[in-house]
Design a protein around this ligand. Structure first.
Ligand code: SF4
Ligand code: SF4
Length: 196
């Protein structure tokens, strides 16, 4: 029977999710996952929920954002389902459907990372942290201003930042690649193909 148009088909069509229908619900992935206890739904359960069509519950949960990409589940899965790839597919779909989990800050860091890469053609930790923390600040300011000003406690990280700066490990100025327009075109193409 065709599963076209279902949530499981949508996951299967995103790179990483191709083998989802091979899952036999043995639970080896959950038993192997070091972060399962922090996830709203552990890997085996999240695959069950995808097959059950629970799109909104799955895409708004924290599971994929708590995946540490350690690949233990993928290495041990007896059916070669590649649950790590499914986690990546879910992260992508949750951004695409604007359902990202509200409690975790990981999507904000991912977005800041992609923005910095798009602008410079390579990573720049200082720029990424500035972008991410500014977005977290505005997000908190809108929902709970007291929590936003609680971020002042981050000043305790300044000595660490200065020591990275002094050792040249976190330069203030980003190094840029030569053909940034070409690189931006690659990112735009990836996004047009469904990348988040
Ligand atoms: S280990 Fe593989 S087959 Fe077993 S529940 Fe996890 S994904 Fe499914
Ligand atoms: S790759 Fe992610 S889901 Fe798989 S075991 Fe590691 S943390 Fe858990």
């Amino acid at each position: 029977m065709s599963d076209n148009g279902t949530f499981v088909a949508e996951v299967r069509d995103v790179p990483g999710g191709e083998a989802i229908n091979e899952c036999i619900q043995c639970g080896t992935c959950t038993g192997s996952c070091p972060n399962a206890k922090y996830m709203d739904y552990a890997p085996r359960k999240v695959i069950y929920m995808i097959k059950a069509g629970m799109k909104e519950e799955v895409l708004s949960c924290n599971t994929m954002w708590y995946c540490a990409t350690c690949y233990l589940c993928t290495a041990r899965c007896p059916r070669d389902v590649k649950p790590t790839g499914i986690m990546n597919a879910l992260a992508s779909l949750s951004v695409r459907h604007k359902l990202t989990n509200k409690k975790t800050l990981t999507p904000i860091f991912y977005k800041a990372f992609v923005d910095v890469i798009r602008n410079n053609g390579r990573a720049h930790e200082g720029g990424m942290m500035m972008k991410a923390y500014m977005r977290i600040f505005w997000k908190k300011l809108k929902s709970n201003p007291i929590k936003a000003f609680g971020m002042i406690s981050l000043v305790k990280m300044l000595p660490f930042a200065f020591s990275l700066l002094k050792r040249g490990r976190m330069p203030l100025k980003a190094k840029k690649i030569k053909d940034r327009d070409g690189f931006k075109a690659i990112i735009a193409k990836a996004q047009s193909l469904g990348g988040a």
